[in-house]
Each structure stands twice: as C-alpha cells, then as structure tokens.
Design a protein around this ligand. Structure first.
Ligand SMILES: [Zn+2]
Length: 286
C-alpha cells in the first residue's frame, strides 16, 4: 500500500505529465470507484471542459486541482495512474479514463478495486469526507516537535496504532512506522504517554527523517506499486526492519522479530527497542 513517500512521488510525476491538460470527457467503467457525487453522469459532466491546474497531496490522498473542482483520489492497495496516447492498448483493470483535448489520456488502473475518487467544488474537499478529519501533515513546516507532542504525547494508546491513525498524523503506514520506531529505539507496544520527552523527540526526528529520505529516494517499490509514469522497480528501498523477520538487526545483530499489533504485522528488534515498563510507584518510594 502506498504511503506518503510513494503518493508524493506519484504526485510529482503527475505534475510533470498532466498540468494544463483539459478534460474532453471521462469514461467510468467501475462506478463504485466514484464515491461522490453519487450520480456518475454528473461526475462526468462536471469534469468535461475543466483544466488541471496542479496535483496536490493531503496525507495519502492525491488532489487534482481543476479550474472549479477538486478531485480527491486514494490509491488504496493497488491503484495507479498512467498517461497514454489515445489508441494505445488499454490494460486490464482500467476503471476510469480521463480523455484530454490534446489526444492523451489519464488512465486509472486498480486490480484490487479498493481505490476511491471524490469530486467537490474547489477547496470544499478539505471540509468534506474523506479529508476533513485528517491530522497533521508530517512534512509541513507546521509539524513541529511541540505540535507532535501535543497531538500524541499524553495518549493511553500503544504508539504504533497511534502513529498509523490518520486522524492524528497523516501519511505514515505500516512500513514507515516500523522504520521510524526502530530508528527511535522505541518498542511498538509502548504507550504514548509512557514516552519521555527525550524519547518523543527521538521519535519525532525519526518520523520526519524516514519520510524525507523516502521522498528524496522517490518512494519505495513494493509489490505492484509503480510511479505515475508506469516505471516499475525504479527504486528498491533497503528497509531496516520491514520484511526482515529473522534477519540480523543492522544496529546490534540481534534477530529481528515479528508480531501482530492491532492487526498489523510489525517488525522490531527486541534489543534495540525494549518494552520498558513504567517505574512503579513502589519502586519510586524505595
Ligand atoms: Zn537491534
């Protein structure tokens, strides 16, 4: 599943490919991809004649900024975009096609069919589902350590599911959360409120560094994920944790373990990320 760095890579690629293109018509072969408006004909009507001004991102969502509307697109597991010339053979699982006036086409493919699109009047999308409840944007200037600490620091919740919750911080998925917790030396089952200020600061830096490095590297290629130009395997990230069960930790050599937390497979090093207990009151008295 693409996370913030992968979606950011798709966004940047799309910006090179579709800015200034005007929609002539839209073909929708799988209506349930279009979540809003419910009337597919209205979706098609509203977009025809609209020109793409830019492609933005909010969390893991792409925002196609048209003249008067914003198209919010989530790739979910396997969704991907490609720009083609008219007449090029259409691949299987192509569900939505935007035909441009210049003879090119933006095609949306999705083998798993979990992707979604919402179309709202310009900028209204931020006040509507699915964007309205989204949390802090970790690569924004506003994402300071204080903002991070205020949002999660006192919660009586395990740190991993908390970091995955898009209502607190957006864009971090299963892979980058494991990488960040490893970098910070924090066990994924620690409660957020048990973390010291020093640990929170290390975690904040790890989250920002992990995401920035992955964005700089062009996102990571996992399974059938491809970038917006259809380039598969352009970049193979070397994860420190993800997918390395039973392999030696890069830092200490201990065997990497895997457990399930909140339904998600979780990789961690038991030596670098100990499950510290909070010191009991009894211990403090002594
Ligand atoms: Zn280790």
């Amino acid at each position: 599943m693409p996370e913030l760095p992968e979606v950011e890579t798709v966004r940047r690629t799309l910006n090179q490919l579709v800015i200034g293109k005007t929609v002539e018509r839209v073909s929708v072969k799988l209506p349930r991809i279009i979540q809003y408006p419910e009337d597919i004909e209205r979706f098609q009507l509203l977009l025809s004649g609209e020109t793409i001004q830019s492609v933005e991102r909010r969390g893991k969502f792409l925002r196609f900024m048209f003249d008067h509307y914003t198209l919010v697109s989530h790739l979910r597991m396997e969704g991907r975009y490609g720009v083609y010339r008219s007449g090029e053979p259409e691949e299987r699982h192509t569900h939505v096609v935007f035909y441009f006036t210049d003879g090119t086409e933006l095609r949306y493919k999705d083998v798993r069919q979990f992707g979604t699109m919402h179309l709202y009047p310009k900028d209204q999308d931020l006040q509507e589902a699915p964007l309205k409840k989204l949390g802090l944007e970790p690569l924004d200037e506003a994402f300071t350590f204080e903002a991070f600490r205020d949002r999660i620091g006192s919660r009586p919740t395990k740190i991993k599911p908390l970091l995955l919750n898009q209502e607190y911080i957006v864009g971090i998925g299963n892979i980058y959360v494991d990488e960040s917790l490893f970098l910070a030396g924090i066990h994924p089952e620690r409660e957020a409120r048990s973390l010291s200020r020093h640990e929170l600061a290390k975690l904040y830096e790890a989250v920002v560094r992990t995401l920035k490095e992955a964005v700089a590297a062009g996102g990571s290629t996992i399974k059938s994920y491809v970038n917006g130009q259809g380039e598969i395997g352009m970049f193979q990230h070397q994860f420190k944790m993800y997918g390395r069960k039973d392999e030696p930790c890069f830092h200490c050599g201990h065997k990497i373990e895997k457990m399930v937390i909140g339904g998600r497979g979780t990789h961690y090093c038991p030596k670098c990320q100990p499950l510290k207990r909070r010191r009991s009151k009894g211990a403090l008295k002594r």
